[in-house]
Design a protein around this ligand. Structure first.
Ligand code: ATP
Ligand code: MG
Length: 256
């Protein structure tokens, strides 16, 4: 269980997170929604260690993790994707996934770099096979050796997820995985996210596509101006007066 209490994050005079409370149950899909600038990406950046919290606590199974470094959080099982894709465009598709797997190996076994060559070579083959499996599960195996820049935008979004999964995470944070995707690609993405959650990974999802959120989420937290606005299952959020008033009215209508 991930428990966030009274979390604040200030950037100079801007309070991006102003006392946020979120409880994420394990093996669920937990969506974080809210208008532009609500603090969703900042919350991800703080959970994953890109930024230290200004105050408040984040605990994971009872252990305080607020302020840990990204690689420490990766070692604990936190992986993420980025709202603005962070793919190495000139590297091959599979090399992009293997970066994630390498990081996993490094973080879980600090002595890996001291292993002798034959062992390393075998691990490299294992990493390649594992990465290819991940690409297969995203429908990208046939493009494994192509440069990442040759992929469509929708395929790049899937590649980012494959790279996150290469860390063998316990929690996967997805920042707008369906942004810029067409209808078919969004359906694909919905199925992928559902499959990831079914495999026992806790998914925390930031997304503006309300149809996707309502179809996938077990639980939804709504943020507005860096504060909690509402919490509940999709049915509750869909008919929540304050949420409808703040911004969701039109988006929910469009989704139903
Ligand atoms: N590194 C930073 N420095 C200064 N201000 C920041 C920084 N990161 C975020 N902010 C500010 O914090 C607030 C929340 O931004 P954030 O990106 O978390 O919103 P968001 O909910 O992800 O929005 P969107 O839906 O547009 O992605 C905004 O006012 C933003 O300008
Ligand atoms: Mg954002």
């Amino acid at each position: 269980m991930l428990v966030i209490r009274q979390l604040k994050k200030k950037f100079g005079g801007v309070t991006a997170l102003d006392g946020i409370n979120v409880t994420v149950a394990t093996e669920q899909i937990h969506a974080i929604i809210g208008p532009n600038g609500a603090g969703k990406t900042t919350l991800f950046n703080v959970i994953c260690g890109q930024y230290a919290p200004s105050s408040g606590s984040i605990t994971w199974h009872g252990q305080e993790i607020g302020g840990l470094k990204p690689e420490q959080l990766a070692a604990l099982g936190f992986a993420r994707t980025f709202q603005n894709l962070q793919i190495c465009q000139n590297m091959s598709v599979i090399a992009n996934v293997m970066i994630g797997a390498h990081l996993q190996q490094k973080t879980r076994s600090p002595w890996a770099s001291m292993l002798r060559l034959p062992r390393l070579a075998r691990d490299e083959a294992g990493l390649y096979a594992e990465s290819l499996d991940l690409l297969r599960s995203m429908g990208l195996a046939h493009q494994a050796e192509s440069p990442a820049k040759s992929l469509s935008y929708g395929a790049l979004r899937k590649l980012e997820i494959a790279r996150g999964l290469a860390l063998r995470p316990r929690v996967l944070l997805l920042d707008e995985p369906a942004a810029g995707l067409n209808h078919t690609e969004t359906n694909d993405m919905t199925a992928i996210i559902r499959r990831i959650a079914a495999s026992g990974i806790t998914v925390i999802l930031v997304e503006h596509d309300m149809k996707l959120v309502m179809a996938l989420a077990d639980h939804i937290t709504v943020l507005n101006y860096g504060k909690n606005l509402a919490d509940g299952d999709p049915g509750t959020i869909r008919s929540h007066p304050e949420v409808l008033a703040a911004y969701l009215g039109s988006e929910i209508e469009a989704a139903s």
